[in-house]
Design a protein. Structure first.
Length: 174
């Protein structure tokens, strides 16, 4: 578990499933992903994230507000496990409920997760998104991550004719 002034970043709990499913069904939250998620798909994703944490001692953790316990999304670290220029690297990722946007939670959580990763011996951490996701790559820049055009890639799990195919890469080092 990681704590920040306003957040608790922790393992997933059953109580997270309903608000996480609402995020997965929100067209604005999912605008830069290939599809909305059904409640069953959201549950399966939460289960995979918990398994990931059990297997590697880190993962995409659930986030809640410290003051009232409200689930606000997830943030954390994961090993990139598909063919691309950053395969095998540690990725930082986040996704927040729309009601939590614009309040600095993503930056607070992401900085804490970067600090955790570097404190646990990770030599570098990458992040990637589609070029249209200015909120996400803007956060990468505010975190001090460096744009790595040489590592940009076409995501192998996205259809060739999709506007979400191309991904841009940022990297952070301690």
């Amino acid at each position: 578990m990681i704590e920040t002034p306003r957040l608790v970043i922790r393992r997933w709990q059953d109580a997270d499933r309903t608000p996480f499913a609402a995020m997965g069904g929100d067209p604005e939250v999912m605008a830069h992903f290939p599809a909305l998620l059904s409640p069953a798909e959201s549950d399966a994703l939460a289960d995979r994230m918990n398994t990931m944490m059990a297997d590697q001692d880190f993962g995409f953790w659930a986030m809640e507000r410290r003051d009232n316990g409200t689930f606000v999304g997830f943030c954390g670290l994961n090993r990139v496990n598909f063919p691309c220029p950053v395969e095998g690297e540690i990725e930082i990722g986040w996704r927040l409920a729309r009601a939590a946007w614009g309040q600095g939670y993503a930056r607070e959580a992401a900085q804490a997760c970067l600090d955790w990763g570097f404190g646990h011996g990770m030599a570098r951490i990458v992040s990637f998104t589609v070029p249209a996701n200015a909120r996400s790559w803007g956060l990468m820049e505010r975190l001090g991550m460096a744009r790595r055009r040489d590592l940009d890639f076409d995501h192998p799990r996205i259809a060739d004719n999709s506007p979400l195919k191309r991904h841009i890469v940022y990297m952070a080092e301690p």
